[in-house]
Design a protein around this ligand. Sequence first.
Ligand code: SF4
Length: 280
Amino acid sequence: MSSTFPQDFSSVYGPVASWRYGRSLGIDPIGAVSTCSFDCVYCQLGEIEDKTRDRRIFVSTSRILRDLQAFAVDGVDVISLSGSGEPTLALNLGEIVAAIKADTGKPVVVLTNASLLGDAGVRQELALADCVAAKVDAVGDERLRRVDRPVDGIGFAEIRRGLLSFRREYRGRLAVQTMLLGRWPDREQADYIAFINELAPDEIQLCAPTRPRPLVHELAARGGRPGERPVYAVRHLKAVPPQVLHEFAARLQRETRVPVRGPRTWGSRGTAAECDDSSA
Ligand code: SF4
């Protein structure tokens, strides 16, 4: 059963200018209460209100299609599913992706934290998307717990297995999105590179947090336009020196065959649109 929503809630927002995918119209399959299997320290949604790994229908597919009617999709490059939490928690994920593709004819991108990819049903639904950006902020449990703060029962071994299975099955474009909060020790960088070489994604999206973290959940934090300043209370995260990102990117380029991309303003306080991957 889907939830009730505040009167002004729309499951569609934007479009936002994404450094990764161009002009992107956002779909929020989660709804007004932020819900995720992670509670990342840098999450643009603030502290996650409902921390869970249980899938359910949050926003009905018909409601999403109805909200979509108010938006012109001409001039939009992609439709992205992320919004107020982890989109693979939506039990109607596959139905939403298929319906949006049929309705708009636009490529669909899903931004996921990859924590549910151990579930074959989730992988099957996610595989309907044209592009998937999967979060890999850690290659071990210690950093995963410190940065992504998953709910109990989610560890890196499970995420790794799920991602490798998804890579074998998926015919679309798979990106790994990694948020750096500082320089990783050499050993961890080597472990990450080994995992990337095993996974063989189509690209790595390397980023550092530039969006301020809201103190409480605000629907307005789902998207953002260039130059737009938040109108809600926020906490700024410590900036990562651009050199840290450049050095890691250079090593990745030397030791993997995977292209590395990052926003224009690596490591500086850019606008929201320059680093749009806080959510999932
Ligand atoms: S950044 Fe994404 S994965 Fe992390 S808590 Fe926020 S919605 Fe969840």
